[in-house]
Design a protein around this ligand. Structure first.
Ligand code: GAL
Length: 669
């Protein structure tokens, strides 16, 4: 359990079942609309409302001018209506007067482009000027509302680092040098860590170092990796500065909304999680992916991992289409419910939507909302109300935790290192490898926790380690120890190659796992897009191959053709009480499922009966009982064997889950 996850999500709106909430931007509406908003929120069962997220220019319209009248009024109205507030500190986007007065706070891209105001988040995270003004704003807001009975939660900024994670301006350069001084103390240590003798990059002093802005050729990977680490730390520092101000003035829990999602990779949330009083995530279906729903499941599992297994809050999601993808698809009938239930199945104790009422102006006017442009007389609104009722009826499962015997190891640092410039193949995308492994587990009916390398592994019988390129010796040793103690580990290609300084381990790949796996790989032989290789077990694989020999492992399958023809492609080695498997290529989705199912069976990890590619089945359990979530994403009805009470209808379960339907069953003891 992450030490600092100290707030039960359900305590935010005690007595109302699971949390049902939304972002609300009353400043976009005339005051006359507000009472109606509160009435409709009550009708839908909304218990928690995020406000003041983008409130800076409303409450602080000019330097030194403060106007809290509207915010006072709306907090008062919500309070009278019995609705609790998730209060934004308001720092998410600087007011225009600030950037006009201090253009030096604007962020700069890697090619030197200055990003102008007019959108949002137009500030350099390291800017001392921005930080000073933000601190003043947070102080004013906390002083005013820190004890207000309506305030249930502090919402620091908004999606920190969503747009401005990487800034290359002079203030960032100065802060980067400070971060490097603290990490390396002397410049020779930095030179060693970055391997700067290469291409005459040796530094004589910290003052010579700059962020890795656009260069003529490939950049120094150590510098790029440290800049990623620094940039994540700078965003965390913004959070910490605000949290400190809030905690000195208010006893309410503090958090910020993470972006555990496929298109954001600049924040290492493993290093953030313990600063949060509860873990909150924003998640939208990403229709640009082949398997948007699979990504949702992975993101939810990873969010739970950040919460150390404890329940977490879905701080933002959408009822229907978003407006920031090339094709913003409406949800199919029942899809909203399936999405919401998937988040809850995987540990969410609350679901909040962006946003309450669809805007009529501004960049997000075509984004869906709980209350659409069409108004109350709409299917979307009726669905919102219905959803509120369902969340209400699921209240008793709050606080229960997801049951999982398997773990998938995930690392943002490794993501950064694996996808650096000059890698063996552009076809090797870290997240794709992680998603493929997660999908193989899910397709095989196995629920996995997502854990950090170095996290506690002892409770898992099965460990999946996809493409974990960068790993420390200590974290690799922990995996070997888990295997010795009886776990089965499946390690896939490109894992264990470099250490924390991005330095390749020599003597044969994969250095960190060579002994554990009983193999020695001499050369990578990546495949072209669309190219496949046949394996001797009758399967086909893609993306990667390599030339390896075994030094103690048993060969499970070899390459029939391709650049490593005749050599091992899948190996297995007994080690202590467990087994270590190596996959040197990317199995097709079905082959991956079969392989994981077989390995899980031999590791004594039982699948959920009936679960598969179209049927998601996950169990949560705790003091109040055991709850089985069944989500039928398919087009045929299914029969399940569980017995118990359907938590939504209250009736005994019939065993049938129609196509597209969900069931949440309180299992008979
Ligand atoms: C999030 C953001 C919200 C809203 C939403 C739209 O990234 O926090 O303010 O923009 O996306 O999907």
């Amino acid at each position: 359990m992450a030490a600092a996850v100290s707030t039960r999500i359900s305590s935010l709106t005690e007595g109302r079942g699971l949390v049902f909430g939304c972002d609300y931007n009353p400043e976009q509406w005339d005051r006359s609309v507000w009472p109606e908003d509160v009435r409709l929120m009550q009708e839908a069962g909304i218990g928690l409302v995020a406000i003041n997220i983008f409130g800076w220019s409303s409450i602080n319209p000019a330097k030194g001018v403060w106007d809290f009248a509207a915010l006072d009024e709306i907090i008062g109205l919500l309070h009278e209506g019995g609705i609790r507030v998730n209060l934004g500190t308001g720092t998410a986007s600087p007011a225009p007067w600030l950037t006009a007065r201090h253009p030096e706070i604007l962020p700069v891209g890697e090619d030197g482009t200055v990003f102008h105001p007019g959108g949002r988040q137009a500030y350099c995270p390291s800017s001392p000027v921005f930080r000073a003004y933000a601190a003043e704003l947070v102080t004013r807001v906390a002083d005013r509302y820190g004890d207000h009975p309506a305030v249930a939660l502090w919402h620091v900024s908004n999606e920190l680092g969503c747009h401005n994670a990487l800034c290359y301006c002079d203030a960032s350069a100065e802060a980067f040098r400070g971060w490097l001084r603290a990490r390396y103390a002397d410049i020779d240590a930095l030179n060693r860590a970055w391997g700067t003798t290469f291409w005459s990059q040796r530094y004589g002093a910290f003052d010579e170092v700059r962020p890795p802005a656009q260069a003529l050729s490939l950049r120094n990977p150590g510098q790029v990796l440290d800049f990623q680490r620094f940039s994540s730390d700078e965003q965390l520092a913004l959070y910490r500065a605000e949290a400190e101000i809030l905690r000195a003035r208010s006893d309410r829990p503090v958090t910020t909304n993470f972006m555990v999602t496929a298109h954001i990779r600049n924040l290492d949330y493993w290093t953030w999680a313990s600063d949060m009083d509860l873990i909150a995530n924003d998640h939208y279906l990403d229709r640009r992916l082949d398997d948007a729903r699979g990504e949702l499941s992975f993101a939810a599992d990873l969010t739970r991992g950040l919460a150390g297994g404890a329940p977490w809050l879905l701080m933002e999601t959408s009822t229907g289409a978003v407006n920031w993808q090339p094709y913003n698809l409406a949800k199919a009938p029942g899809e909203l419910r399936r999405n919401v239930v998937a988040h809850i199945a995987r540990g969410a104790d609350g679901i909040c939507f962006f946003q309450w009422r669809a805007s009529t102006q501004g960049a997000e006017k075509y984004h869906s909302a709980l209350l659409p442009h069409a108004g109350e007389d709409s299917a979307q609104w009726r669905e919102s109300v219905e959803l509120g009722g369902i969340l209400d009826r699921l209240g008793e499962l709050a606080g229960t935790e997801v049951v999982a015997d398997a773990a998938l190891l995930f690392s943002w640092e490794s993501w950064w290192a694996a996808e650096g410039e000059g890698r063996p193949s552009e076809g090797l995308e870290y997240l794709q490898q992680v998603h493929a492994a997660h999908a193989a587990l899910a397709d095989a009916g196995i629920t996995a926790d997502v854990v950090r390398p170095g996290g506690a592994l002892d409770r898992y019988r099965l460990l999946i380690v996809p493409a974990l390129h960068l790993i420390s010796d200590a974290d690799a040793a922990a995996i070997a120890r888990a295997v010795e103690n009886g776990a089965t580990a499946v390690i896939t290609f490109f894992s264990g190659i470099v250490d924390e300084e991005d330095r390749v381990r020599t003597g044969g790949y994969p250095g960190a796992f060579r002994e554990l796996l009983g193999i020695r790989s001499e050369e990578f032989a990546p495949l072209l897009p669309g190219q496949t290789v046949a394996l001797t077990d009758g399967t086909t694989a893609s993306t990667w191959s390599e030339r390896l020999t075994t030094t103690g492992a048993e060969i499970v399958a070899s390459y029939v053709d391709g650049p490593a023809a005749g050599g091992p492609a899948i190996t297995r080695r007994r080690h202590g009480g467990g087994e270590a498997w190596y996959l040197a290529s990317q199995p097709s989705r079905d082959d991956y499922r079969r392989l994981i199912a077989d390995i899980a069976a031999s590791a004594d990890v039982a699948p959920q009966p009936g679960a598969g590619r179209d049927v998601e089945i996950v169990r949560r359990a705790g003091e109040s009982g055991s709850y089985l979530f069944i989500i039928n994403h398919g087009v045929s009805d299914i029969e399940i064997t569980a017995t118990g009470r359907d938590l939504v209808t209250g009736a005994p379960t019939t065993g049938t889950v129609p196509a597209g339907a969900v069931r949440i069953i309180k299992e008979d003891a």
